[in-house]
Write a protein that binds this ligand. Sequence first.
Ligand code: R5P
Length: 296
Amino acid sequence: MDTPDNTVLVAGSASQMLAVRIARVLGVNIVPVSSKLFPDGELYIRLLSSLNGRKVIIVQSTPPPQNSNLLELFFLINTAVEQGAEKVVAVVPYFAYARQDKEFLPGEAVSGRYVCRMLRHCGADMVVTVNIHNRRIFDGTGMPFIDLNAVPLIAEHFKNFSLKNPMVLAPDEGAIEEGKLVSEMLGCSFAFLKKERDKHTGEIVTEEKQMELKGRDVLVIDDIISTGGTMVNAVSIAARQGARNIYVACVHPLLVGEARLRILSAGAKEIVGTDSVPSDVSLISLASLIAGALKN
Ligand code: R5P
């Protein structure tokens, strides 16, 4: 995606603001899209500029409602291909179903992998994701991808805070890499908790360990906040151990249902995420990170 001249961007309905920000950084035009739902709920999509011979960037995150966001993404990709696009890059900052990267219980659909296959089947030449939960879902699907790391942006955000003797805390072992990176960038200590999720009920249990948090500021970081259960447990532990201010950060703030309220009620002072999922906590923009990758 070298020169902007021949490149255009399509803004999916789940990523309108992020798409505009990326288009501005790249200096490319946005293709107008007409879309509507038919009375029976079916989706209608029409791209209103010619894409023949163009390099097309489609920006569509897939937070809830993930199924309709995915279907829209599939339609946009395939329409661009059928309109004669020379190359189609799908930017999917939050990649739905990536947590189902294997068969945890016999007979389960490995849905993350099927989404990758669908993207390939629709004609995407490349997929750009951000901190995808597990890159393994691309294995064997033939779908080329770049997975960007937004964690340094989160660390940069917190560099502007006057944190007192801070500690970065990973709420589970899956967040160790992210947590360590932030702690290195902030030059502070790091700890992680161990979490178990019941494979049938989804119930989360976090093991409490002593971490010497009295009077310290704590930053809890994870890739995704969905129901908030993981964060609530970590924040509650930090609060019980006397942490001063507890900040919560993630790349993908899905914040399903009462998640935000539950996390704040557990003792968090603030929640911050990126605009991979639009929300009022999405204060960190991925636009420059994504635009930078698209330029190469
Ligand atoms: C899974 O392990 C992820 O990294 C997150 O910890 C998880 O998706 C958070 O989900 P919830 O907010 O529902 O606890």
